[in-house]
Design a binder for this molecule. Structure first.
Ligand SMILES: *Cc1c(COP(=O)(O)O)cnc(C)c1O
Length: 388
């Protein structure tokens, strides 16, 4: 059987030849504004730890304490005997925080998105998705059996046309904040269109949850949309919240039905209870340390003003995700490498994560940064950028 090895070698050869070969970095430190790599400290501008909670002392202490009481592994899936008091407490806290009747935990955002779409959708339904949605939403829609259509990014007219042609029960799914562009979905307009056409709206708020909205409850709260307007709200715990896992929030009916039918919920081990306990603590820190959101907002303003003055190719984002558009994948890699030599860690995002010709440096800011670090980022970009 040479077929599989041959295929695998061809894949690797192709990735090398097109400059799209990918590799993991191995960090030698915790997440933070500085991370250690090959014995050297780098300023980190590529994590999704937007509020600097991934290594927050109170959250770390909570994890440690919970492990003493609850152990490490959950031991089973939720429906067998893996669901413990910390899971329940976290689900209740998330429901309250998002203003939804119920919330359901998943071990990852990828599992939550693919799981809910496959559980809800049937052949004969239609699912409409923004072209730039996260891969987990796209994969869930593609494998759901429903008619799957994409619409142009943030284009409500394009969506309205798709909705007019849609057959059967229809679901519209979007990212609240787009992961590689950093811009936001026009949620109020999308909710209006969906309600006119009696379609359901699902929002993946992986990058808005914890950061946007008056108390950090996310994009949907910031847009003032209730559970009727956004029946399916999904968010992850591994980004701004600094822990791990994800949840779906919605009605009693939705959550009860998902518990019965979502394969990614039923046939998988529950997240460690100590992670659930640490996530409850992270929600409390989110409420009590509102300065983190304010400080992040100040750093975003500082970065955008500085980058504009330098003539850098900013994108239309007001979020913590501030990509600089490069275009060519090789050029993006080269810039990332040069920045690395100067002690800055910024990843080049290339196809297939983004469309061909739109490779970029994905810069992310965090409340853990200080303004001097952002100034250093700007000065280095100014020195290195080809035409700046
Ligand atoms: C990160 C991300 C996910 C996946 O969440 P994980 O918990 O990392 O699996 C889903 N959707 C969006 C928009 C994301 O950015």
């Amino acid at each position: 059987m040479e077929a599989f090895p041959q295929r695998l070698r061809a894949l690797l050869d192709e990735r090398h030849a097109t400059g799209l070969y990918r590799q993991c970095l191995t960090l030698e430190s915790a997440q933070g504004p500085l991370v250690r790599l090959d014995g050297r400290d780098y300023l980190n501008f590529c994590s999704n730890d937007y509020l600097g909670l991934a290594a927050h002392p109170r959250i770390v202490a909570s994890l440690r304490e919970a492990a003493t009481t609850w152990g490490v592994g959950s031991g089973a899936s939720h429906l067998v005997c893996g669901h413990s008091a910390p899971h329940r407490e976290l689900e209740e806290a998330l429901a309250e925080f998002t203003g939804r009747p119920r919330a359901l935990l998943f071990s990852s955002g990828y599992a939550a998105n693919t799981g809910v779409l496959q559980a809800l959708l049937k052949p004969g339904d239609t699912v409409l998705q923004d072209r730039l949605n996260h891969a987990s939403l796209l994969d869930g829609g593609l494998h759901s059996g429903a008619r799957f259509r994409r619409f142009a990014h943030n284009d409500c007219d394009a969506l309205a046309r798709r909705l007019a042609q849609a057959e059967g029960p229809t679901l519209v799914a979007v990212d609240g904040v787009f992961s590689m562009d950093g811009d936001s979905a026009p949620l109020e307009e999308l909710a209006r269109l969906c309600s006119e056409q009696e379609a359901w709206l699902m929002v993946d708020d992986a990058h808005g949850f914890g950061v946007l909205g008056a108390n950090g409850a996310g994009s949907v709260a910031a847009a003032g949309l209730n559970e009727t307007q956004v029946p399916i709200l999904m968010a992850t715990l591994g980004k701004a919240l600094g822990t791990s896992g994800a949840f779906i929030a919605g009605s009693e009916l939705l959550i009860e039905a998902l518990i019965q039918s979502t394969r990614n919920y039923i046939y998988t081990t529950a997240m460690p209870p100590a992670i659930a306990a640490a996530s409850v603590t992270a929600l409390a820190v989110l409420r009590e340390e509102a300065w983190r959101r304010d400080h992040l907002g100040d750093l975003i303003t500082l970065f955008r003003a500085g980058a504009k003055a330098l003539g850098l190719p900013l994108m239309a984002s007001t979020s913590a995700i501030q990509p600089l558009l490069v275009g060519d994948a090789g050029q993006a890699m080269l810039l990332s490498q040069r920045l690395r030599e100067q002690g800055l860690l910024i990843s080049a995002i290339r196809p297939p994560t983004v469309a061909a010709g739109t490779s970029r440096l994905r810069i992310t800011l965090s409340a853990a940064h200080d303004s001097a670090q952002v100034e250093r980022l700007l000065a280095t970009l100014g020195d290195l950028w080809p035409h700046a």
